[in-house]
Structures are given as C-alpha cells and as structure tokens.
Design a binder for this molecule. Structure first.
Ligand SMILES: Nc1ncnc2c1ncn2[C@@H]1O[C@H](COP(=O)(O)OP(=O)(O)OP(=O)(O)O)[C@@H](O)[C@H]1O
Ligand SMILES: [Mg+2]
Length: 235
C-alpha cells in the first residue's frame, strides 16, 4: 500500500544537475509529515516536484493511488493538492480577505463557508480582514498564506517553512493549528527549519541530505536517535 501522497525514488533538478537523488517522501491523510535537513538539501525542490513545478527525470508521484507524475500544478490543485511556497506566499498589497478570495477563485460554491472556517481557525485574520496583508506581522502573514491554501478545501496541504521568522510562541500556535488541520482529515506535509519542534508533532519525519533520505521514521523516533540529534538538531 502506498501512502495517500507519495513521491517515490524522485530524481530531478535544474538543468543537468540532479538535486533530488532518489528520495522518497510520503504522507497519509490525517497525519503530519515533516522534512528537515540542511540548507540546500533539496527540501524545497522536493516540494516543487510533488506539486508538479519540477519535471522529474525518474520516479513517480501518486495521489490516492493514481499516478499524477505528468500532471501540471493546476491539475494537481483540482485533485485536491494545495501548496504554500517558502517565499512570496501572500499578496502584500491586497487585504487579508482579498488574499483568501484569491485562494477560493477555483471554487464554484461554499466560498463564504470556507472563509468562515478559516476565520474560526485564525481569529486574528477576521479582525484584520480589511488590512493589506503586507502590514501584518510575520506570523499573521503565514496564517494568511495557510488560510489562502485552505480555501480550496484541499486533501493535501504542503507548507514550505511555515514558521520561518516567527517567535517561539507564534510557532507553537501555528503548529497547533496545523495539527488541527491534519486531524480534520487533511494530509499535511511541511518543510521545517525548526526541526526539533516540528519533529515532535510529526507522524512521519524525513531527514533529507543532498537529495537523499538520510533518516526516516516517526518524528519522536528520529528525535531519540543520537546521530540525528548530533548531526541535525545541534546535540
Ligand atoms: N531555480 C533554481 N535554479 C537552479 N538551482 C536551484 C534553483 N532552486 C534551487 N536551486 C539549487 O538547488 C539546491 C537545493 O535547493 P532547495 O531550495 O531545494 O534547498 P532547501 O533544502 O530547500 O534549502 P533551504 O533550507 O535553504 O530552503 C541548492 O543548491 C540550490 O542552489
Ligand atoms: Mg527551502
């Protein structure tokens, strides 16, 4: 049985250089999977490959058992995938609510209901709904980015460093909301620099090094491994 979303033996990169060198990344519905690893390891590249923004030279991406390796990102969105990239993930000059509306553009119905659910999840966004997203704090902007991605009611939510640049308190809160999203049935896959904290909540964790799986297991399992702690978590 393959996982709900599965990228298997992925090989590919930019031009002739392979960045992904046979890595496998999987996530199940209702669970959180976390990718950690050094800068330049290929974490963001792996996310792009799963979302169809990078053509693989080898390997397969499946969603609910269906081979989607050849699909465009738009087609993957239609199949229930949603992606928050590492940078430029909100429209700074648009209001919070306009950002959410943009996220919901592909939805035929239920946009208002979905928006209400997102405001329940992130109450501060409701307070600030008429403010330009560019005026919000870093943590609030990340909430907008996650909220926008949730407007398509995805089955898979992919987040590239959702807690980058936010305080520890805001990070904990964001992780709690991400767990809420997963427990509602969504498969959540995220890349994280805050490796220790992210692995604590990971049903499945991957340490990616030079485009290969160096370690994988549940988050708590990885945290117990001394070589993972020493090499990747600062002791
Ligand atoms: N568009 C691109 N064109 C060419 N090379 C790229 C491109 N994007 C990334 N790379 C290179 O691919 C390698 C992996 O980059 P990637 O962004 O996937 O790493 P990462 O693990 O996400 O790193 P970080 O922790 O810094 O976000 C790096 O050597 C990077 O310089
Ligand atoms: Mg990255």
């Amino acid at each position: 049985m393959t996982a709900f979303l599965s990228g298997t033996n992925m090989v590919g990169g930019y031009g002739v250089v392979d960045i992904l060198r046979g890595c496998t990344i999987e996530v199940e519905s209702g669970q959180v999977a976390v990718i950690v690893g050094p800068n330049g390891a290929g974490k963001s590249t792996g996310m792009k490959a799963l979302f169809g923004m990078l053509k693989l030279r080898q390997g397969t991406v499946t969603l609910a058992g269906e081979d989607i390796t050849a699909l465009t990102p738009q087609a993957r969105v239609a199949k229930g995938m949603s992606f928050v990239p590492q940078t430029d993930n909100v429209f700074a000059s648009m209001t919070v609510e306009e950002n959410l509306e943009m996220g919901g553009l592909t939805q035929r119905e239920g946009v208002q209901d979905t928006m209400a659910q997102i405001y329940d999840l992130f109450p501060v966004l409701k307070e600030k709904r008429y403010q330009p997203a560019g005026q919000l704090s870093g943590g609030q902007r990340q909430q907008v980015a996650v909220g926008r991605a949730m407007m398509t009611r995805p089955k898979v939510l992919m987040l590239d460093e959702p807690t980058a640049g936010v305080s520890p308190v805001v990070m904990d809160d964001l992780f709690d909301r991400i767990i809420d999203i997963a427990r509602s049935g969504v498969a959540v896959l995220m890349v994280e620099q805050n490796a220790r904290q992210a692995l604590q909540i990971a049903d499945r964790g991957y340490v990616l090094v030079q485009g290969e799986n160096r370690y994988s297991g549940s988050g708590p399992e990885l945290l117990r491994q001394e070589d993972v702690r020493k090499s990747f978590l600062g002791g």
